[in-house]
Design a protein around this ligand. Structure first.
Ligand code: NDP
Length: 331
């Protein structure tokens, strides 16, 4: 069995030398209630960069796996599961273990029928549900409103834009390459712009002259500064979902202070959002999302890196914008 640990806490962009691959014997003796999960697909997500690690700690994260050995009648051998066990090829878990973030550490995969089980860590998993609850519960979008989403070609952003379209909104998305923008047009975004070649001011003056009602913020930093300064409507709503532009930085005081100023003078409603607070309603969100995916109303892409050995590369690439749609690793 293999697992990836942090050799040294990241400073700036994560580097290959910050990671260490540890090899161990696969456990065979299971206590009553325990299961051994073998990873099939592992996710890499921006939040993995956000938290700090002790040297030697295994990187955190979810995976889609299969029960390889079982001493638990709830999980017979062969069962597909979602396991929150980190960057590991093999995980020994007892099904009573809980994690405060996403519920039980190991749970059976919902039945997606003909769809790939990898969607359970993508548009039919945590990122998709982040889009769903973030936009609907915190954004409270109404038909006819103008919605802006940043990091729009990512796992969360691409679903946010499509749900906003289902709800009858005008949707503007930003992404870091023309290829990403082309895909966003294909899946129904009204307007898209490449923030690396067009400024936020130019793009939003053209695409949202009326102003933005709801800003689904995945990036923070200068991008958000520009939106708040000149393009959000008085009384606008911000779903503060992520701040990926700052994850590799130590501190960005100027931006935070300025954002606070705009929020105050414009009576903005910034609505913090954390997916872990919506776990009780996952089944409900998932059944609607599954219907939309089956009806073709929500389309998805996956950027798949092959091989457990390449997890750090997949993670580094994600933070550089190398993915379209959900970034994941196939063992
Ligand atoms: P993505 O698939 O969107 O991948 C991250 C993307 O961020 C990259 O592809 C890149 O796209 C973009 N990016 C990287 N650096 C910058 C930068 N400096 N400025 C602007 N964009 C940048 O990841 P997810 O969909 O998984 O996550 C999106 C956001 O949602 C993250 O901020 C994440 O932390 C947050 N999140 C929050 C949750 C919550 O509960 N609040 C739950 C899940 C996610 P590009 O080429 O466009 O630059």
């Amino acid at each position: 069995s293999k697992r990836w640990t942090v050799a040294k806490m990241f400073e700036g962009e994560p580097k290959m030398s910050d990671f260490q691959l540890v090899e161990e014997e696969i456990p065979t003796a299971l206590k009553p209630g325990e299961v051994l999960v073998e990873a099939l697909y592992l996710t890499v997500d921006p939040y993995m960069r956000w938290r700090s690690y002790e040297a030697g700690e295994t990187l955190i994260g979810e995976q889609v796996g299969r029960i390889k050995v079982s001493n638990n009648s709830n999980f017979p051998e062969g069962t597909l599961v979602l396991a929150y066990t980190g960057w590991r090829t093999h995980s020994l878990v007892s099904n009573t273990e809980e994690n405060t973030f996403l519920g039980p550490i190991v749970k059976s995969l919902p039945d997606f029928g003909e769809l790939s089980p990898s969607l359970a860590i993508g548009c039919l998993g945590m990122p998709g549900l982040t889009a769903y609850f973030g936009l609907l519960e915190r954004g409270e979008v109404k038909a006819g409103e103008t919605v802006l989403v940043s990091a729009a070609a990512g796992a969360v952003g691409s679903v946010v834009g499509q749900i906003a379209k289902i709800k009858g909104c005008k949707v503007i998305g930003s992404a870091g390459s023309d290829e990403k923008c082309d895909w966003l047009k294909e899946i129904g975004f009204d307007h898209v712009f490449n923030y690396k070649t067009q400024t936020v001011d130019d793009a939003l003056t053209e695409f949202a002259p009326e102003g933005v009602d709801v800003y689904f913020d995945n990036v923070g930093g200068d991008f958000t500064y520009d939106v708040l300064k000149s393009h959000i409507k008085f009384g606008g709503r911000i779903v503060a979902c992520g701040s990926v532009s700052s994850y590799n930085k130590s501190e960005d005081e100027r931006t935070e202070r300025s954002i606070a100023k705009f929020v105050i003078y414009k009576e903005l409603n910034i609505r913090g959002f954390i997916i872990g607070a919506h776990v009780k309603r996952f089944a409900e969100g998932l059944s609607e999302m599954l219907r939309w995916v089956r009806e073709g109303k929500i389309k998805y892409k996956e950027t798949v890196t092959e091989g457990f050995e390449n997890m750090p590369n997949a993670f580094i690439s994600l933070l550089r914008g190398g993915n379209i749609g959900k970034a994941l690793v196939k063992v």
